[in-house]
Design a protein around this ligand. Structure first.
Ligand SMILES: NC(=O)c1ccc[n+]([C@@H]2O[C@H](COP(=O)([O-])OP(=O)(O)OC[C@H]3O[C@@H](n4cnc5c(N)ncnc54)[C@H](O)[C@@H]3O)[C@@H](O)[C@H]2O)c1
Ligand SMILES: [Zn+2]
Length: 708
């Protein structure tokens, strides 16, 4: 079971960022040493098993959409195997380091004219060395998909094959006809084009829509998508690929750049044409590589590296081919954008708006240049559907390069005794109940969050009755720190409201409250300044000053000043309050003095002493024969009656303004029941106790005529 950890308040984030995740956590990265999941070194004990694991992963990688490990994990495992073999003089025959495909690919029925090899990825130092040795080398994007070798005969697409084992490959001709960037007709000659079959974001989305319609999980990424789609016998994904060429025999003996231009002229997409080219500076090749890498996000397709190539045919000939890759090119692979790590805890926080945010804390891990430690987990539903558990191995990545996320819990690495995560039963901050009506759970305790307090303060029934202030608008004001307590409402400017950011539109523009709405709310705020004192007291959201006590305190002290000056004993004498509550209210009043002062400064009603009844003035209407206040209970709907415009609190205020006392339930001490529904439980009780019952209309008349 994950333990619930209530966090100390976190530094604020921009409202937009918080809104996009529903999260409140500070997601800054962290500087502890990252974890490496390289696994144990390869030893005599695990050598065979390590090779088998690598071969199995390579096979799955080549022929299915299943990724048994990440590329970085695979590369580390392969390097560990190689170094064990070198240290022990082993000459392996498993094919993991030879030809292509890391032993994963089988040959096929199409023979390649020349070796369809891989690319050497020698690491930064060797890449720099290569650039220094070949100052005329060009740089181009390395697209992450699947290599295909396409042959044209008389200018018509004749065959297409996978790379296979480097010598022969599977025939995929019919699968690639009609693919974007790969024309069916090109000139009139015989030639070969090699290039990458890949998925841009648009085609990945389309392919995933196909999968969704078949009830299948989406592809994990575009690379796995291509492998999975090429493996299918059906034509479900026909046309949903992209193609970009990176080598050709179309111009015999020509410079690489000319050959690529020629292809582009024939209607091919070339790898070079996909990205604005940076020029390779032999003195500082890494800066050009970094510049190309900086374009990675927002490209709309996967690019996993940069390729440095010697462009002239003569030099290529001279340098020749290695056993698995040409010697005239090298690739630099960009650091992975996600890394595996282990979830250590699932943590909760209740934000200012009362929303539950959930995040995972995991073993710190280096991803694309920063160390990550936390991931936003969105909402309860999302977390349950992903089935992420404490102890799980997950992939950590940066979403939009700011807010880290995790995905893909690895069921195969899961401790068999691990338990599914359980959402918290109650608010971890106050123990209150959750409102689960939307995906972002919210604590319903008004005292638990700023938002809870503010929505209570502006509510029509209990508070200052300010319309248009709840929901999104209220939350946005709170997120933007424009409203921290009720007094801030009365110091808002029309400009602040008009420019309040409520979210973003579909096209990414800011959605603001706007002038018209701002004017309406300003008018509501102005009107609220005249609300009766009892509502102002209640709107302060102090403990024990809800509707009923708000009214009793207002009736007793008449002005805010008098209430603030009241001693604990004076407060305790108010009906129903008593010593204990009085001490709390006294302390709350002192604590809220600055808020009250700001309300006063804004012109909010602070009450006025009641004028002494003049001689001959009418006596209050709701008094008993012995001069005490009548206990009046109002129940049922007031709609359609003479009291129809009143809320429950409004009706209770009316009773008290007429000298009565509003009560909630019928008992022996009830003097009168106002009830429009014969036969209701209160009506029956009143009849049973012999208490007079009047309809709302009769009651309104009573107050007019003074016939109580
Ligand atoms: N996750 C796994 O389980 C798993 C298993 C096996 C291999 N792999 C990954 O596969 C990769 C190894 O495959 P590889 O040997 O084919 O190397 P590679 O795919 O990294 O590089 C060679 C390929 O790059 C492609 N390419 C893209 N743009 C190019 C351009 N502009 N010019 C030239 N070539 C371009 C070509 O298809 C070429 O065949 C490694 O990254 C490894 O991590 C992963
Ligand atoms: Zn709470």
């Amino acid at each position: 079971m994950p333990k619930a950890t209530a966090l100390p308040p976190q530094p604020r984030k921009a409202a937009g960022a918080a809104a996009s995740t529903g999260g409140q956590f500070d997601t800054r990265t962290h500087s502890e040493a990252p974890v490496s999941l390289a696994g144990p070194a390869v030893t005599a004990d695990n050598y065979n098993e390590s090779v088998a694991r690598a071969l199995s992963a390579a096979k799955a990688y080549e022929t299915t959409d299943i990724e048994e490990m990440t590329d970085a994990e695979f590369d580390r495992l392969q390097a560990a195997i190689l170094s064990y073999e070198e240290a022990n003089g082993i000459t392996p025959d498993h094919g993991l380091h030879t030809a292509v495909g890391h032993g994963g690919a089988a040959g096929g029925d199409i023979e390649h004219a020349t070796l369809a090899g891989s690319l050497d990825k020698p690491g930064e130092e060797k890449v720099i060395e290569f650039a220094e040795k070949h100052p005329n080398a060009v740089i181009e994007p390395k697209i992450d998909g699947m290599a295909i070798i396409v042959r044209y005969k008389d200018g018509r697409l004749f065959s297409a094959a996978k790379r296979g084992d480097g010598y022969t490959g599977e025939n995929v001709t019919e699968k690639v006809r009609g693919v974007e960037g790969l024309p069916e007709v090109a000139g009139d000659g015989d030639f070969e084009v090699r290039g990458e079959l890949y998925l841009n974001d648009e085609n990945l989305a389309k392919a995933n829509a196909v999968r969704a319609s078949q009830g299948k999980d989406p592809f994990k990424n575009a690379r796995n998508g291509v492998a999975g789609m090429m493996n299918k016998d059906d034509s479900t994904y026909a046309g949903l690929f992209n193609f970009a060429a990176y080598s050709t025999t179309v111009l015999d003996g020509a410079d690489h750049l000319d050959a690529m231009d020629e292809l582009a002229g024939m209607g091919f997409t070339t790898a070079r044409s996909l990205l604005p080219q940076s020029v390779l500076d032999a003195e500082d090749p890494m800066s050009a590589i970094a510049a190309l890498g900086a374009e990675r996000k927002g490209l709309g397709f996967l690019m996993d590296g940069a390729v440095l190539k010697v462009p002239t045919a003569a030099e290529r000939e001279e340098l020749g081919e290695g056993t698995r890759a040409p010697k005239w090119a090298v690739a630099y692979k960009y650091p992975p954008v996600e890394e595996p790590t282990v979830i250590e805890d699932i943590e909760y926080e209740i934000g200012k708006t009362g929303r539950l945010s959930i995040r995972a804390r995991y073993t710190p891990v280096d991803v694309d240049g920063s160390t990550l430690e936390f991931a936003s987990l969105h909402n309860v539903k999302d977390l349950l559907s992903k089935d992420i558990r404490v102890g799980d191995t997950v992939m950590a990545y940066k979403a939009g390069d700011i807010i880290p996320q995790v995905h893909l819990p690895r069921a195969d690495l899961r401790d068999p005794s691990s338990q599914p995560w359980q959402p918290p039963a109650a608010c971890p901050k106050c123990g209150g109940e959750f409102d689960k009506s939307t995906e972002l759970w919210r604590c319903t305790n008004p005292e638990c969050s700023v938002s809870g307090r503010i929505s209570y303060a502006v509510s029509r029934d209990a508070g200052l009755d300010i319309e248009g202030f709840g929901g999104t608008t209220g939350d946005a004001l709170i997120e933007a720190d424009l409203v921290k307590d009720v007094s801030d409402i009365f110091h808002l400017s029309e400009d602040q409201l008009a420019n309040l950011k409520l979210g973003t539109t579909d096209s990414g523009a800011d959605r603001v409250l706007g002038e018209k709405n701002a004017q309406k709310i300003m008018a509501e705020i102005e009107k609220a300044k005249a609300q009766p004192l009892n509502r102002v007291i209640t709107a302060l959201s102090m403990r024990f000053t809800g509707r009923t006590f708000g009214r009793r305190l207002a009736a007793q002290f008449e002005t805010m000043e008098a209430l603030q000056g009241a001693t604990v004993t004076q407060l305790a004498n108010v009906e129903g309050i008593g010593e204990k509550k009085a001490a709390v209210i006294h302390a709350e009043l002192a604590k809220n003095a600055p808020v009250i002062e700001r309300l006063r400064a804004a012109g909010v009603n602070m009450g006025a002493p009641k004028p002494k009844p003049e001689k001959g003035a009418k006596a209050p209407k709701l008094v008993t024969a012995d001069g005490g206040a009548m206990n009046v209970v109002i129940t049922g709907s007031l709609k359609g009656s003479a009291l129809g415009s009143l809320t429950r609190t409004g009706a209770q205020e009316l009773i008290e303004a007429n000298g009565g006392r509003a009560a909630g339930s019928v008992s022996k001490s009830t003097s009168l029941l106002v009830c429009g529904e014969e036969g209701s439980s209160k009506w029956l009780k009143a009849k049973e106790l012999g208490i007079p019952v009047v309809t709302p209309d009769e009651f309104a008349k009573m107050l007019e005529d003074g016939e109580a």
